[in-house]
Design a protein. Sequence first.
Length: 139
Amino acid sequence: MKSYRKELWFNVPTRRAFINITPQVRQCLRESGIKEGLVLVNAMHITASVFINDDEPGLHQDYEDWLEELAPHEPISRYRHNRTGEDNGDAHLKRQVMGREVVVAVTDGRLDFGPWEQIFYGEFDGRRRKRVLVKIIGE
């Protein structure tokens, strides 16, 4: 069995964003040479997420609105975590809801997606450098 590992780095200039990283993951798969196996993609930071869904702007805005209702950024005094001097208590909760990682099957050298599926990096506390791990195992 072969394995491949690569880190994708992001520096999102805004506090929150959703970035389609499917092209980067596909490039990793090509580089790996693996034709049958699994791809793990996970956020390496506790205020960021990786998830699979449709690449549709209205849906992304719905996510933004919904997450802000669930865990509003302000007032920052509402979160005990922020008593440590941070202002990102909401980002930790948003990450928990959206998830840490995804696993995608690799079949015949391709990501084995359903219709409309794409991989996204979700940033909830941006304006600094963060990374996503891509780990591919298989033959």
